[in-house]
Ligand binder design. Structure first.
Ligand code: NAD
Ligand code: UDP
Length: 314
């Protein structure tokens, strides 16, 4: 099928890598972004490619895609907890109205749509690791609900378009992913800790640091997304690295790799902060033959190099 790959939120951290990978495959890419958390500079290196187009657009407003896209990748949404907590209504709107608009673009073009959902649909899980069949433990009124419930609604909308209209849809549930272009000021654990370590300021651990996360390097994740886009799988698929670590372990690794002598300070744990998180990737292994290849011990030093140049340049 001809027509560009339309990527909403393509000027964000993950979106910029997804744009890059589709261009590398020889595809045309139309990137839509309102820059609420992303930035044109994330895709600056792609601007000279005639197959790449960047349009400033808020996907909560309808968009007439011309020419018709061959695939819609709906990634637009604040993703960092401080970003969605600061933008609760835009987060709810992009997950709901924005997803319906993206689905209508795909439907009008008779093109497949891939939604980037999240491990946050599992909330503060009582099952660890989390398989796709786990229905989650989410507060529908707590502060994180603006993101968690928006993504759960987005998944429901995607499945409804699939069932009602036969739209070819895919849903990826992404677990914590990091790497170059995850902005130093984004507010998530890895950029915060690396920035603090490089600047010699205190490393801020929320709670006692015993909570766990499983960190996936961006190249692994993006390879999985492209593979899912080519598949015939319509039910949600987890993508993430099942190597589960405590936040204290993560802070220690970052201190080691940066050679920093920053002290560690403890701050209040945000409300509803999940105590554990680890993907069960059995389905991704079976359906996509996908496996993360970059361990934290490789991905972190690579990312730290990027942060060094980024922070040095700013
Ligand atoms: P990001 O904040 O860097 O990127 C999100 C992009 O969406 C930004 O460029 C932002 O400006 C854009 N955007 C937001 N609202 C928009 C709107 N109304 N119209 C147009 N553009 C809009 O975050 P990210 O980490 O790159 O996340 C990308 C996607 O992946 C999100 O959907 C997020 O929920 C999902 N995800 C990411 C992770 C992760 O670990 N990085 C984990 C789970 C899910
Ligand atoms: N966190 C922390 N210090 C920070 C930022 C985050 O201790 O400066 C903790 C946060 O409370 C959570 C974990 O690190 O338990 C991962 O947070 P992040 O914002 O990266 O992603 P989340 O998985 O919460 O969406």
């Amino acid at each position: 099928m001809t027509g560009p790959v339309l990527i909403t939120g393509g000027a964000g951290f993950l979106g910029s890598h997804v744009c890059e990978r589709f261009l590398a495959q020889g595809k045309e890419v139309l990137c839509l972004d309102n820059f609420i958390t992303g930035a044109a500079r994330n895709v600056e290196h792609l601007r000279d490619d005639p197959r790449f187009t960047l349009v400033e657009h808020d996907i909560t407003k309808p968009y007439a895609a011309e020419p018709a896209p061959s695939l819609v990748v709906h990634m637009a949404s604040p993703a960092s907890p401080p970003a969605y907590l600061a933008n609760p209504i835009p987060t709810l709107e992009v997950g709901s109205v924005g997803t319906i608009n993206a689905l209508n673009i795909a439907r009008a073009a008779n093109a497949p749509l891939l939604l980037t959902s999240t491990s946050e649909v599992y909330g503060d899980p009582e099952v660890n690791p989390q398989p796709e069949s786990y229905r989650g433990n989410v507060s529908c009124t707590g502060p994180r609900s603006v993101y968690d419930e928006a993504k759960r609604y987005a998944e429901a909308a995607v499945m409804a378009y699939h069932r009602s209209y036969g739209l070819d849809t895919k849903i990826v549930r992404i677990f914590n992913t990091y790497g170059p272009r995850l902005a130093p000021g984004d507010g998530r654990a890895i950029p915060n800790f690396v920035k603090q370590a490089l600047e010699g300021s205190p490393i801020t651990i929320y709670g006692d640091g015993s909570q766990t996360r499983s960190f996936c390097y961006v190249d692994d994740l993006v390879r999985g997304i492209l593979s899912l886009a080519e598949s015939d799988e319509h039910d949600p698929v987890n993508l993430g690295n099942p190597d589960e670590r405590t936040i204290s372990e993560l802070a220690q690794l970052i201190l080691e790799y940066t050679g920093s002598s920053s002290e560690i300070v403890y701050r209040d744990l945000p409300e509803d902060d999940p105590k554990v998180r680890c993907p069960d990737i059995t389905r991704a292994r079976q359906i996509l033959s996908w496996e993360p290849q970059v361990p934290l011990e490789e991905g972190l030093p690579r990312s730290i190099e990027w942060y060094r140049s980024e922070i040095g340049a700013s």
